[in-house]
Design a protein around this ligand. Structure first.
Ligand SMILES: [Fe+2]
Ligand SMILES: [Fe+2]
Length: 412
């Protein structure tokens, strides 16, 4: 006679046996149910693997020597530090080269910060999505992208640090490696309390996304918005390389990075917009978290600055970096001259200010288009209203107020 334990074992086998009619019943929320989306994500992963720029970027990073690249532009001229301001207009040809290279250093220092956060949040999102049927391909995509981001960070870091060390012997825009939960925007309107609160929010979001497929999928909408901002500039940085016979290594890095990022942008859109339809409809709580995440992205991108047009930093937070550049041997300004130049660049209308504002308008419009069709987003996010509250006059007034404090500290 079979023991109680054997009976229980046989029964549980029967319940999981292929003869059990329930065994092959259609699982809920399988990604394979949406053949078109499944095919798209599979295709994007296959293509990204085929074109993967990791080896090329590693080779470029290892070969970089500032001495060999120091006499050339690394970006199109309009992508130079403080382009279109009195500083740019009055700089010598060799100073313009430095401003152009410093744009690269500053721009990609920001990308490093964003990609440090991306690596961790890709993994928590993958954990949240892996609990769903047939989501392996989505998680494999995120795994590959995280590995690519590590190579991107290494390339930007090596080139940016070597450049600052050679030109200034000190850090200007770069920083030592940092935790994922620190401020993503490195020059931000923040303080200790705001920074700490942001850290708590990021930890909480990553915790939620690691066990909730909907929230995980909407991390990819936020990532898509951030990458969209990057695409506006990086596409043009990337094209600079293709127009040159003997391109300097940083321009080649811009090009190869952009190639990888195009696939990251595709996967953000497929997961945030299409894969989400394979999930059950979100609860009120899940909608609230997704909306908070998009609003957080809007807040991060609510300002514009003329120092690095295309990255939405808070200008007064960059004052001390610009001051160091102007006082360095490359510009040799006295404290008084440097502060006067900053007043003319940051507190008076000039071509650079209007162009930076224009980039912000273009970005906001493209964000609005990007989130159309995401019905769970509220009007503040669908219309990107947080990003709307910015204009040239308030930018100039804020700079004037903050530059006066900054100047007092320098001459004290
Ligand atoms: Fe990247
Ligand atoms: Fe990326």
């Amino acid at each position: 006679m079979a023991s109680k334990m054997e009976l229980h074992y046989n029964r549980s086998l029967m319940n999981n046996s292929p003869n059990d009619p329930l065994f092959f019943s259609k699982p809920a929320n399988s990604l394979k149910d949406d053949k078109k989306t499944y095919g798209k994500i599979l295709f994007n992963l296959k293509k990204n693997k085929e074109q993967d720029n990791t080896d090329e970027l590693t080779h470029l990073t290892d070969s970089f020597e500032f001495e060999s690249a120091k006499n050339s532009y690394w970006n199109p001229p309009k992508f130079s530090l403080l382009y279109g301001t009195p500083l740019w207009d009055e700089s010598s040809p060799s100073q313009k080269i430095i401003l152009n290279q410093l744009y690269w250093v500053a721009y990609y220092s920001q990308i490093i910060s964003a990609e440090i956060a991306t690596i961790f949040l890709n993994q928590t999102a993958a954990a949240g999505l892996y609990g769903m049927e047939d989501f392996k391909v989505v998680c494999d995509t995120l795994d590959l992208e995280s590995a690519q981001e590590r190579t991107h960070i290494q390339a930007f870091k090596v080139i940016a640090e070597q450049t600052e060390k050679s030109l200034f012997g000190q850090r200007i825009f770069t920083y030592p490696m940092k935790n994922f939960a620190s401020e993503t925007m490195i020059f931000q309107n923040t303080n200790l309390i705001k920074s700490y609160w942001k850290k708590i929010q990021l930890h909480f979001f990553s915790y939620l996304s690691s066990s909730n497929a909907f929230i995980a999928s909407q991390y990819l909408t936020v990532r898509g918005l951030r990458t969209l901002n990057g695409k506006i500039v990086q596409h043009q940085l990337s094209q600079f390389y293709t127009g040159l016979e003997e391109a300097p290594i940083p321009s080649k890095v811009s090009h190869h990075h952009f190639l990888d990022e195009s696939y990251h942008f595709n996967s953000s859109t497929i997961i945030g917009h299409d894969v989400v339809k394979s999930l059950r409809p979100p609860t009120s709580f899940e909608k609230m978290i997704a909306n908070l995440a998009v609003t957080g992205c809007q807040k991060d991108h609510a300002q514009f600055n003329v120092s690095v047009n295309g990255i939405f930093w808070y200008e007064p937070a960059i004052f001390s970096s610009i001051f160091k550049v102007l006082k360095s041997t490359h510009f040799s300004m006295t404290t008084r001259d440097a502060l006067e130049m900053m007043r003319r660049c940051f507190c008076q209308e000039n071509q650079g200010v209007h162009e930076a504002m224009q980039t912000h308008i273009v970005a906001r419009k493209s964000y609005i288009e990007y989130v159309q069709g995401l019905e769970f987003l509220n009007q503040t996010n669908l219309k990107m209203s947080v990003m709307e509250n910015v204009d040239v006059l308030s930018y100039l007034l804020e700079n004037k107020r903050k530059l006066s404090h900054f100047s007092n500290r320098q001459v004290a």
